[in-house]
Design a protein around this ligand. Structure first.
Ligand SMILES: [Zn+2]
Length: 356
């Protein structure tokens, strides 16, 4: 495949149509039992690299055009917290190696990844310096791996996002910067469209939102952001039914369940709020309809969500071969092959009885 010079293959593809980027590796590997909620460090990259590779392949099969190296929270601060700082570089390089292999095997784009550092404090110059150093080391490893672009994600501070962007651009890479909109404004008090505009002015190639909000509460902000910037916009919600009163998945409360520690559904008891594939498809069509071309699903995403999203914007991923076809169902479809008239009538009666 011919690649565009200067790592701008992403922009070339966005110029032609939608680009899907599957996210949500932390939640999916936590559910599978290979990663700890709370700490949320991708130790699985070193312990079970084959599972990370497999999940990359599943997401590509489902329609992801991007393989995002699983370096989310594989940064110095997080590794310090779990006492594995010595594994920082091996973990990053291994994640990038795994992602690169899958991207090159499948003709998808390889993305590096950095994220909120958890130590950024705008009033403390020492933390700002430390944050920059954390970004620089991770971006350096991503560049060594030959990434097509770098994602800086889940920033609640617009200024921390700008720092990430600065480091990515200094390394000469295309930058996708997405903010995590927990509240109505950024942590320093900026409206989200203003934050997006600042990032565009600072050189971001794609700006947008990821994580924390579900489709219903992310879409209104996307409309504002789409109007505020000229560059491509990214939208990667969590697949949960957030509401006006509960706009983030951290704020969801499950009144149907009395056994949640602390009463919080976040992060490991969000199951009852999960969007179905039709809701994700509806979101994708609406977001694409307002001009958002970089699309994905974040924490909580399953491969079925990725496929629904891809199909909703006109793509036909390999997994579409197995997309639902209820016409083939023995009760609800038309698979009457070889059945007698009496059997067909009995099936119709039984089908009607069980749907109530
Ligand atoms: Zn997320």
């Amino acid at each position: 495949m011919k690649r565009t010079v200067n790592g701008n293959e992403l922009l070339t593809r966005l110029g032609k149509g939608p680009v899907i980027c599957a996210e949500g590796y932390l939640f999916e590997l936590e559910r599978r039992g290979y990663l700890q909620a709370g700490a949320y460090v991708p130790e699985v990259v070193l312990e079970h690299p084959e599972l990370v590779e497999q999940l990359h392949r599943e997401f590509v099969h489902a329609g992801s055009d991007v393989v995002e190296a699983f370096t989310y929270y594989a940064h110095r601060q997080k590794l310090r917290v779990i006492g594995r700082e010595q594994d920082l570089e091996p973990m990053n390089r291994a994640a990038l190696r795994i992602a690169r292999k899958v991207a090159r095997d499948t003709g998808t784009l390889l993305a590096g990844n950095i994220c909120n550092t958890t130590i950024y404090d705008p009033k403390d110059a020492a933390t700002v310096k430390a944050v920059r150093a954390m970004f620089e080391e991770q971006v350096g490893w991503a560049v060594d791996a030959g990434v097509d672009f770098i994602i800086g994600e889940t920033f609640a501070y617009a200024e921390e996002a700008r720092l990430a962007l600065e480091v990515i651009k200094q390394a000469g890479r295309t930058a996708v910067i997405t903010l995590a909109s927990h509240k109505n404004v950024t942590r320093e008090g900026l409206a989200w469209p203003d934050a997006a505009r600042r990032l565009e002015q600072a050189g971001a190639d794609v700006v947008g939102l990821n994580c924390t909000r579900g489709p219903a509460t992310m879409l209104p902000l996307l409309r504002q952001i789409r109007k505020a910037v000229k560059c491509h916009v990214a939208a990667l919600p969590v697949p949960y039914r957030t509401t006006r009163q509960r706009p983030s998945f951290q704020s969801l409360t499950d009144h149907a369940c009395g056994c949640l520690p602390g009463g919080h559904a976040f992060p490991v008891a969000l199951d009852p709020f999960t969007c179905n594939r039709f809701e994700i498809a509806e979101f994708a069509a609406k977001a694409y309809g307002i001009g958002v071309r970089y699309l994905g699903v974040c924490c909580g995403a399953g491969a079925h969500h990725v496929r629904a999203l891809a199909e909703a914007v006109g793509k036909h991923p390999p997994a579409a071969r197995y997309s639902a076809d209820m016409a083939k169902h023995y009760l609800f479809g038309r698979t009457n092959l070889g059945k007698t008239g009496r059997q067909k009538a009995e099936d119709r009666r039984f089908a009607k009885a069980i749907v109530g």
